[in-house]
Design a protein around this ligand. Structure first.
Ligand code: OFO
Length: 169
């Protein structure tokens, strides 16, 4: 059986991952509406990744004999200032998620739950990739001044992203 406090915090994390899915879908809708179909695709794939993150926690709670409790998902922002603002907000959001994952890890260490520590390592590594992926796009957007031909080239590149579910460990 999983520690009750840990179960509660993982349930909260499931909600945050589903909110991340919602947030990136909302960003995708904004980008699509502003003629940036490639960036919209990138965010759609990002939303699929977030769904995967949520379901990985969902499965884990069940595997450990815990109870998944789903809460309401908060409404994400609808409008953004610019494509650059979208990616900056994404990076800020990921930093908050990294902090939540680190706090979950702190709790797993505190209650001496080795299985959860091992499970959470995947998320710790994933957050490094997530932050880096958004930072790289921000750097490129800044290089091209967030507009013109450079913006369209970047949009084209981001249109190539496809969702590949990580192989089951
Ligand atoms: Fe974007 O890593 Fe999950 O939330």
């Amino acid at each position: 059986m999983i520690n009750k406090k840990l179960e509660e915090r993982i349930n909260y994390q499931i909600n945050r991952e589903l909110y991340s899915e919602y947030l990136y879908l909302s960003m995708s809708a904004y980008l699509e509406n502003n003629g940036l179909a490639g960036m919209a695709n990138f965010m759609r794939v990002q939303a699929q990744e977030e769904h995967f993150h949520a379901m990985k926690f969902f499965t884990y709670v069940n595997e450990r004999g815990g109870r998944v409790v789903l809460d309401a998902i908060e409404q994400p922002p609808v409008d953004f200032e610019s494509p650059l603002a979208v990616f900056e907000e994404s990076l800020n959001h990921e930093k908050i998620v990294t902090d939540l994952i680190n706090k979950l890890m702190d709790l797993a260490i505190e209650v001496n739950d080795h299985a959860t520590r091992s499970f959470l390592n995947w998320y710790v590594d994933e957050q490094v990739e997530e932050e880096n992926s958004f930072q790289t796009i921000i750097d490129k957007l800044e290089l091209v001044g967030g507009k013109g031909h450079g913006l369209l080239m970047l949009d084209k590149d981001l249109g190539l992203r496809v969702f590949t579910p990580p192989v089951a460990e």
